[in-house]
Structures are given as structure tokens and as C-alpha cells.
Write a protein that binds this ligand. Structure first.
Ligand SMILES: NC(=O)c1ccc[n+]([C@@H]2O[C@H](COP(=O)([O-])OP(=O)(O)OC[C@H]3O[C@@H](n4cnc5c(N)ncnc54)[C@H](OP(=O)(O)O)[C@@H]3O)[C@@H](O)[C@H]2O)c1
Length: 225
């Protein structure tokens, strides 16, 4: 696949390198094209760097890791994103002392989708710290580390799941983009585990489907009254 990554920060650099290792064509974009070129030089694997506009043109799939600034501001035109899959890993800022207000009425992913209605936004990769990416691929496979994926276009979700499983994750299809409200809240909780509970950046939450109990010695699930 041809992947365009907007921004050269921690998540973008790390995932871009992992996808390049898997044989995908990778192009990083930056506000400073020289910065993107040096990330590509560091990454090797015939990766490239340039402007954000060039990355948006290049990719069939776009990784968007700019928090709180919309593509209509970052790019000179969002026409280059038409019908493309946009992977959004963003989480909101952590308030002082993790003292969150009421749960969100709209996710960052839905705000992103409203800015680029011509594209297929998918929430993905927001629930693990960069350090977890350093474990790709084998330890991730061994520990069945989940990546939660949601988006309104089933084909775009499938693309994200393929990219996630290619680097060792266990992708979990969470349905429509509205689920990003839960996934971003899960991202909040995971960061609380990492920093607030001081479990460190390798703390993560994965889906674990247990084997069925061989007998219902507690009486089993009964209908509620
Ligand atoms: N780090 C993690 O462990 C982690 C894990 C899960 C989710 N996330 C989420 O992923 C997002 C990115 O995190 P990160 O750690 O990768 O951040 P980061 O290292 O700060 O990277 C963000 C990149 O976005 C670009 N950028 C920043 N402000 C911009 C602006 N005003 N206009 C255009 N581009 C801008 C910059 O790239 P250029 O300088 O190249 O333009 C910057 O390097 C955040 O929402 C974060 O909550 C992070």
C-alpha cells in the first residue's frame, strides 16, 4: 500500500517505520520538509519525506497524528484526501490530575470526519503508547495486543485492520465512527493507567475472550427483575 503520514512525531515515525519494514511505500509529510526527509533517512526502506501536501497526494491511506488542527488548516487543499482512508490516532489532552469533565459529546475522530467529509476516517492506534510499537511484531503477537478500530466505511476499517495485523497487533472491529467516543475514552483510561497509576508505557488493555465455563455452578445468568 502507499501510505502518506502527516506529521513526523512519535506515532507517525514509529508506525511509518513498521509499515515500511512490511514492504509498504511510505512518505512522511511535515511542516518542515527537511525534517520529514531526515526521518525517511533514519527509517531507510526507500521511504520518502516532503511536505504535508505531498504526503497527502502520495498516500492511498493517510495517517493523521496532528492533534487539534484540522486537515483543512494543515493542507492547502483537502481534495487530495477524496475517498482515501484516514487513520486517526489522536487523543485529547489530559487535564490536570486526570480530572475529566463530562464524557465527550463528540470524538476527535468525528470532528476530523466533519472537516473532511470526502474521506473515510478510521479511529485506530490511539490506545497504546509509542513504546508498545517498539515491540512489533513478535511480542505483540505473543501477547495478542488489541488495536481497536472504528469507522463508518467497512472497507476502510478492513484496510486499517490489515495494516494493524501486519505489524503484529490483534485488530478488533468496533463498528461505526461513533464508537470513537468510547475508544478515545479508553485512550484516556490507558494513559491514566500508564501515568496516573504509574504502570508505565507498556501497560495496555486487550480483549481476552475466555473459554466457556464447563458448568454453571453459580446458577448461570438469569433474567433481571
Ligand atoms: N505518543 C504516544 O505514545 C501516543 C499514543 C497514542 C496516541 N497518541 C496521540 O497521537 C497524537 C500524536 O502524538 P505524538 O506523540 O506522535 O505527538 P508528536 O510527537 O508531538 O507528533 C505530532 C506531530 O504533528 C505535527 N504537528 C504538530 N502541530 C502541528 C500543527 N499546528 N500543524 C501541523 N502539524 C502539526 C508535528 O509534525 P511536524 O513537526 O513534522 O510538522 C508533530 O511532530 C496525539 O493526539 C496523541 O494524543 C500518542
Amino acid at each position: 500500500m502507499k501510505l502518506g503520514l502527516i506529521g513526523t512525531g512519535n506515532m507517525s515515525r514509529s508506525l511509518g517505520i513498521l509499515w515500511a519494514e512490511q514492504g509498504h511505500e511510505v512518505f512522511w509529510g511535515s511542516r518542515d520538509p527537511n525534517k520529514a526527509k531526515s526521518v525517511a533517512e533514519f527509517a531507510g526502506h526507500n521511504t520518502q519525506g516532503g511536505t504535508n501536501d505531498e504526503a497527502a497526494e502520495f498516500g492511498e491511506v493517510i495517517f493523521y497524528s496532528v492533534r487539534g488542527v484540522m486537515p483543512s488548516t494543515v493542507l492547502s487543499s483537502t481534495n487530495s484526501l477524496t475517498n482515501k482512508v484516514i487513520l486517526d490516532c489522536n487523543n485529547r489532552e489530559i487535564p490536570e490530575g486526570f480530572a475529566y469533565g463530562p464524557l465527550m459529546a463528540e470524538s476527535l475522530a468525528e470532528q476530523l470526519a466533519a472537516d473532511i467529509p470526502n474521506a473515510h476516517v478510521v479511529k485506530a492506534f490511539n490506545t497504546m503508547a509509542q513504546e508498545v510499537l517498539e515491540l512489533s511484531p513478535q511480542p505483540l503477537k505473543e501477547h495478542q495486543v488489541s488495536v481497536y478500530i472504528c469507522g463508518d466505511d467497512p472497507g476502510a476499517r478492513q484496510t486499517a485492520m490489515t495494516l494493524a495485523s501486519g505489524i503484529g497487533f490483534n485488530p478488533i472491529d468496533c463498528g461505526p465512527l461513533r464508537s470513537a467516543r468510547m475508544l478515545e475514552t479508553l485512550g484516556d483510561f490507558i494513559r491514566f493507567m500508564i501515568m496516573g497509576m504509574e504502570l508505565g508505557p507498556y501497560a495496555t488493555i486487550s480483549v481476552n475472550v475466555l473459554p466457556e465455563a464447563s458448568q454453571q455452578r453459580l446458577g448461570g445468568r438469569q433474567s433481571g427483575s
